[in-house]
Write a protein that binds this ligand. Structure first.
Ligand code: MN
Length: 208
C-alpha cells in the first residue's frame, strides 16, 4: 500500500470512549454503545482513512477536511469526516449519572435564551421529533444567545458561525435497540439522566 502522501499525518483514529461501554446503562444499553461506538463510529474512521489515502485530504486534520471537502464532489469524504467529529462530540455530551443541576453560568444563559430549563427541554425534544429521518439535535451558542437546531444526516454546525455546546444523535442506530421507534423517550431520558452540562460549560468557555 502506498502511504507516501500521508506519511506526515497519522491515520485518523477512533478516540477512546470517555467511560466504559456499560456506563450509560440503563438509559443507553451496553449493547447499543458497543454497536454504536465499536461498529458505526469505528466504521466512519476506517472508511475515511480508506477514502483519503493518496488524495490531497491525506495531510489534513479532521476539522480541515470538514471545512474543505465539497459536500457534492467529495460527499463520502465530507460525510465520514463529519460523522467522526459529530460522534466524538456526542460521546462527550453524555456522562454516566449526569443531567440534573445546571452549572450557574450556563443556567443564566439558558434562562435568558429560553426562559427556563424546562422550555429548553421542550424545544430540544420538539426539534428532535420534527427532524425527518437521520440527523442530530444541538444546543449551540450563536451571537450572545443559545439556540436549539437540528442538522440532517452527517451535517455539523462546526463550520458555521455558531459554536456547538451539546448534541444528541438522532440516527435510529443510537436508540432503536433500547427504545425501538420511541425517539422522544430516548431524547427525554438522555436529557434528564445523561446530558453532560460540564462539557457544555467547557465549550462555552472556549468561545472567544
Ligand atoms: Mn450515530
Amino acid at each position: 500500500m502506498d502511504t507516501s502522501t500521508s506519511k506526515f499525518w497519522p491515520s485518523h483514529e477512533l478516540p477512546a470512549l470517555p467511560y466504559s461501554e456499560s456506563a450509560l446503562s440503563p438509559v443507553i444499553s451496553e449493547r447499543t454503545v458497543s454497536f454504536h461506538y465499536g461498529k458505526h463510529h469505528r466504521g466512519y474512521v476506517d472508511e475515511l482513512n480508506r477514502l483519503i489515502a493518496g488524495t490531497a485530504f491525506a495531510g489534513l486534520s479532521l476539522e480541515q477536511i470538514i471545512a474543505s471537502a465539497d459536500k457534492t464532489i467529495n460527499a463520502s469524504i465530507y460525510n465520514n469526516a463529519a460523522q467522526i467529529w459529530n460522534h466524538s462530540f456526542y460521546w462527550n455530551s453524555l456522562a454516566p449519572s449526569a443531567g440534573g443541576v445546571v452549572p450557574a453560568e450556563l443556567k443564566k444563559l439558558i434562562d435568558s435564551s429560553f426562559g427556563d430549563i424546562q422550555t429548553l427541554k421542550k424545544q430540544f425534544t420538539g426539534a428532535a421529533l420534527k427532524q425527518f429521518g437521520s440527523g442530530w439535535v444541538w444546543l449551540i451558542h450563536v451571537g450572545s444567545t443559545l439556540k436549539v437546531i437540528t442538522t440532517s444526516n452527517a451535517d455539523t454546525p462546526l463550520t458555521s458561525h455558531s459554536k456547538p455546546l451539546l448534541v444528541i444523535d438522532l440516527w435510529e442506530h443510537s436508540y432503536y435497540l433500547d427504545y425501538q421507534n420511541l425517539r422522544a423517550d430516548y431524547v427525554n431520558a438522555v436529557f434528564d439522566k445523561l446530558i453532560n452540562w460540564s462539557f457544555a460549560v467547557d465549550n462555552l468557555q472556549n468561545i472567544v
